[in-house]
Design a protein around this ligand. Structure first.
Ligand code: ZN
Ligand code: ZN
Length: 263
């Protein structure tokens, strides 16, 4: 399955540098390598936008550079960080340096939603460029025109999956998880961005999902469209997508940097 393939959502045109959030819901993949960046790659990070509200969802290694190609970071409404593993937040430090010294930073602090302990672990708890907001399992918050709901996953440190609702459609993001988490805890999901770190022969070796497990969870949850992500760079993309599609029962999207999906 080539990157971006699938009946729905369809890839849309590339974003214009400097553009602000569009009216239509979309996800721009800033990076999707699992756990470490592969050659020329970037770790987990997505620009999620709809109706003029823009969220940076996870700030993994390399994603701030890609974010600047997709929009003006000064117009972000918030950042959501799923957990304390560095492949999901390390570029937050680079955002702070940019906001402080580039002369292009926003006038107000960027709201950062994340689990307890993240601010302290990052070393950025006290910087004026960030407005930390602790969230936990079951919490719901509103950012602009988007409703966010959180669900704790099956992963080492406290890790929060998120459901994003723009009033018309819903996006679900698994963050990192093992097979003990149920996506139904997020509620109905139209587009499900789910981790599939490796293939089935690696199941049980780390707190992550295989393509087969991701497909099975998505099928049980009845999601509309499945897009898999967080693949270790040493794992074959086609093999992960193929076993995910087999378990899901229909085609899936294997995310790649620059993939743009409508939701
Ligand atoms: Zn990760
Ligand atoms: Zn993790």
């Amino acid at each position: 399955m080539p990157p971006g393939a699938g009946a729905y959502p369809v890839p849309v045109t590339d974003p214009t540098p400097g553009a602000t959030a569009p009216e239509r819901g979309r996800v721009v993949v800033l990076g999707c390598d699992g756990s470490w960046p592969g050659p020329g790659g970037a770790c987990s990070g997505y620009l999620v936008s709809s109706g003029g509200t823009a969220l940076w969802l996870d700030a993994g290694t390399g994603t701030f550079a890609a974010l600047q190609l997709a929009m003006d970071p000064a117009t972000l409404d918030a950042l959501v960080v799923s957990h304390v593993h560095r492949d999901h937040w390390s570029d937050l430090a680079d955002y702070v340096t940019w906001a402080r010294h580039s002369g292009r930073g926003p006038a107000r602090a960027l709201r950062v939603f994340g689990p307890a302990g993240l601010a302290g672990s990052s070393g950025l708890a006290e910087v004026p460029e960030l407005d930390w907001q602790v969230v936990a399992d079951g919490d719901r918050v509103e950012v602009g025109g988007l409703g966010l709901g959180f669900s704790r996953t099956d992963h080492g440190p406290e890790t929060l999956a998120v459901r994003i609702d723009d009033g018309a459609r819903t996006l679900g993001y698994s963050a990192d998880t093992g097979p003990g988490w149920d996506p139904r805890s997020l509620g109905p999901i139209d587009l499900f961005v789910c981790e599939a770190t490796f293939t089935s022969e690696h199941e049980g070796t780390a707190g992550h999902l295989s393509g087969r497990q991701a497909g099975a969870l998505a099928a049980e949850a009845g999601v509309g469209t499945l897009a898999v992500t967080h693949r270790w760079p040493t794992i074959d993309a086609g093999a992960v997508a193929d076993e995910a599609a087999a378990a899901f029962g229909r085609a899936v999207v294997q995310l790649a940097p620059g993939t743009v999906l409508a939701w």
